[in-house]
Design a protein around this ligand. Structure first.
Ligand code: PHE
Length: 347
């Protein structure tokens, strides 16, 4: 019996020492398992009391329960103390200085080309145009045949247009959207079709194989070249300001007759300085093509040219974006140079 008492006292002392030395609540937990767990030393000792005579068992049981309660309480309070300590240490090491200035998140912004598109879309929506979309992969029919391009037209050449197969191309202009619109809508028609176009051009200071256009198409009764010119003036003055002037130069497109190139007064030198790198001394900068919709094109799309007439234009978005920002190299639009793009904050 004294042996048991001794053993109990010994355990009690051991536990007190170990608890005092414990540095983490996990150590205390290990100790609890070792002493009070299913196979713990205290548990086994208590179990063995069963073999003692009744009188002794009672006394020993009391003593053993006392020791067990004592141990339990010690363990519990050590666990609470160590957890608190750990929490305090964590708080101390994670102190933050709320007076430090914040770190700014870099903010993205719209690409200058996107900005030009949306400015123009605003204008056209206000003028009563619908904005329509067309596929990048276009049929040869919509891109050439229905646009009245003769079979030997140079733009049909594989050297100029990306062919996917005999019937499909990557559209080299947005004009096929004119055809798609006339196929699905009846006049009066007023649409613009913004988007990317693709040509087999080598990349240099004035060419990129991907660029952007915004096609315009207006068809109604009694539309004249005067309406076209008026609309071009509205667009150019809206984009470049009241002082900008346009000039129309005769040109040729298979799908318009008559056709013209729209030039604006040079946005760099203004007057045609002989060393101007943009207008090369002429005082004018070529912007985009336009014309009256060819009667053949109307006919092919089921619109009677005796009843309706119309005009079309294909705004060169990259050109006017460069003109607006005084840039001469369209490659910059594709290089994703953040320093370059950052200059267009809110532009
Ligand atoms: N599609 C022509 C081009 O890409 C531009 C254009 C559009 C000309 C509409 C006339 C009418 O060069």
């Amino acid at each position: 019996m004294t042996q048991v008492i001794e053993k109990l006292n010994e355990l009690k002392q051991q536990i007190e020492e170990k608890i005092a030395a414990a540095k983490a609540s996990s150590e205390v937990e290990d100790l609890r398992v070792k002493m009070l767990g299913r196979k713990g030393e205290m548990t086994l000792l208590l179990k063995n009391l069963g073999s003692l005579p009744a009188e002794a068992r009672k006394e020993m049981g009391k003593k053993a329960n006392e020791v067990r309660d004592f141990v339990q309480e010690k363990i519990e309070s050590a666990r609470v103390r160590l957890e608190l300590e750990a929490q305090n240490n964590a708080l101390k090491s994670e102190v933050m200085d709320v007076t430090l200035p914040g770190r700014r998140k870099p903010q993205g912004r719209l690409h200058p080309i996107t900005n030009t598109f949306s400015r123009l879309e605003d204008l056209f929506v206000n003028l009563g145009f619908d904005i329509v979309d067309g596929p990048h992969i276009e049929t040869v029919y919509h891109n050439f045949d229905a646009l009245n391009a003769p079979h030997n037209h140079p733009s049909r050449d594989e050297a100029d247009t990306f062919y996917i197969n005999d019937n499909l191309v990557l559209r080299p202009h947005t004009s096929p959207v004119q055809i798609r619109t006339m196929e699905t809508r009846k006049p009066p028609i007023r649409i613009v079709a913004p988007g990317q176009v693709f040509r087999r051009d080598e990349i240099d200071a004035t060419h990129t194989p991907v660029f952007h256009q915004m096609e315009g198409l207006v068809i109604d009764k009694g539309i004249t070249f005067g309406d076209l010119k008026g609309m071009l003036e509205i667009i150019v003055k809206y984009v470049f300001g009241e002082k900008a002037n346009i000039r129309l130069r005769p040109s040729h497109f298979p799908f318009t007759e008559p056709s013209a190139e729209v030039d604006i007064t040079c946005y760099v030198c203004g007057s045609g300085k002989s060393d101007c790198r943009v207008c090369k001394g002429s005082g004018w900068v070529e912007l985009w093509g336009c014309g009256m919709v060819h009667p053949e094109v109307l006919k092919k799309s089921g619109i009677d040219p005796d009843e309706y007439s119309g005009y079309a234009f294909g705004i060169g978005i990259d050109r006017i974006t460069s003109a607006l920002h005084g840039l001469s190299d369209p490659r910059l639009y594709f290089e994703n140079d953040v320093q370059f793009l950052n200059q267009f904050k809110g532009a």
